[in-house]
Write a protein that binds this ligand. Structure first.
Ligand SMILES: *Cc1c(COP(=O)(O)O)cnc(C)c1O
Length: 390
């Protein structure tokens, strides 16, 4: 069986977790602090704040930027449902806009159209690791005084040209960037998230809110020669990462450059091999972006039956997934009035397949995937023709 994804974890991570356990300090402590420092340095951000997952990161980012009841946040429907949930957790309303016709990222022209008197922020997504068009969106947001949160759940290690220089996603181009360390992403801590920003007052808020609004951290209290009584100046949450997770994360961060090199090489192999397969279009990387290829999406011609091709692949021992979900098509968000039609989002969900891609994947397996895909597409098209002839 070829899986859709597989985290790259080894003895280094197991030993780091074991050392954290044996140290006696397992909750947020020195490992979290070290992971944050290394993460900030890797992304080029001034501040990095670790949290329990990317969904809690999105909640803190939006709340930090003052998003609340009565506000609208412009975002895509074509993304994981956590985006809209985080906006609604702040008491604000998501306004869904469409993605570009030839990709999976937010359409800047649609953002411009959606800005209104209640708009407070824009939540953009670097979908499947592919950077979105911030060079167009940032000046637009600035001209209206809007904040930008970047959902980079999948985009650690991706790069974008910003002010004529290649910049890693996370060196904030918007106000705050949110990452995920779920096993389906490029590196993992089991569950985990990170917020990066260059604004110290935002970072201070995140640190306060993630630990119950408590004025003094546990590490500071334990390390102090003087008795300290903590205070609770604001209402907070428990969104902490554990030191066991952070210890694993530090080892994952060391592996990251190698993981990204492998993923980019495999993505190039896919593009090359897929050029010879009828009925399918490989993803395009704009000249100003370098993806980490967290996922590898291919677009099927509209006459091809997505489910049938996916079933054929599964029957041949190859796991695939359909395109990214649309939040507006799920019951949980169906109460939101749609301000705009979302034809590209709906096309993308229904005619896209994600192919297996992971750092340890062999080229032999990759070629097996492409061969199977060609067969399944031919079968599906053949079945269509047979039905039409009847
Ligand atoms: C995975 C994902 C999330 C949620 O991340 P968690 O760490 O599981 O909370 C949010 N947004 C996008 C785009 C994602 O892919």
């Amino acid at each position: 069986m070829i899986p859709i994804a597989k985290p790259l974890l080894g003895d280094e991570e197991a030993q780091a977790a074991s050392a954290a356990v044996l140290s006696g300090w397992v909750s947020q402590g020195p490992q979290v602090a070290a992971f944050e420092k290394e993460f900030a340095s890797y992304t080029g951000a001034r501040h990095a704040c670790a949290v329990s997952n990317c969904t809690t990161a999105l909640h803190l980012a939006l709340q930090g930027l003052g998003v609340g009841p009565g506000h609208e946040v412009i975002t895509v429907s074509h993304s994981f449902i956590a985006g809209a949930n985080a906006i609604r957790q702040c008491g604000a309303t998501p306004v869904f806009v469409d993605i570009e016709a030839d990709g999976y990222n937010i359409d800047p022209a649609a953002v411009a159209e959606a800005i209104g008197p209640r708009t407070r922020a824009i939540l953009v997504v670097h979908q499947m690791g592919m950077p979105c068009d911030l060079a167009t969106i940032v000046p637009l947001a600035k001209s209206y005084g809007l904040s930008i949160v970047e959902d980079a759940a999948c985009a650690i290690g991706s790069e974008i040209v910003h002010t004529d220089r290649w910049t890693r996603v996370g060196a904030p181009i918007g106000d705050v960037v949110c990452f995920s360390f779920h096993p389906r992403k490029v590196i993992t801590t089991g569950e985990g998230g990170m917020l990066t920003t260059n604004q110290p007052e935002l970072d201070a808020k995140f640190r306060l809110w993630r630990q119950h609004g408590m004025s003094v951290s546990d590490t500071a209290r334990h390390g102090s020669p003087k008795v300290i009584f903590e205070a609770y100046p604001v209402r907070g949450y428990n969104y902490r990462m554990t030191d066991i997770q952070a210890a694993v994360g530090r080892k994952q961060l060391e592996r990251l450059p190698g993981i990204i090199r492998a993923r980019r090489r495999l993505a190039a192999c896919y593009a090359h091999a897929l050029a010879r397969v009828d009925g399918v279009t490989a993803p395009v990387e704009p000249a100003w972006a370098r993806s980490n290829w967290q996922s590898y999406p291919v677009r099927l011609d509209t006459h091809i039956d997505q489910r049938q091709v996916m079933q054929g692949m599964l029957d041949r021992g190859i796991a695939t997934r359909r395109g990214i979900m649309n939040m507006h098509q799920e019951a949980a968000q169906a109460d939101l009035p749609l301000a705009f039609p979302l034809p590209h989002s709906e096309m993308a969900r229904d005619h896209t397949m994600l192919l297996p891609l992971y750092a340890q994947m062999s080229e032999e397996d990759l070629n097996r995937v492409v061969e199977a895909l060609a067969e399944c597409i031919a079968e599906s098209v053949g079945a269509c023709h047979r039905t039409a002839a009847q």
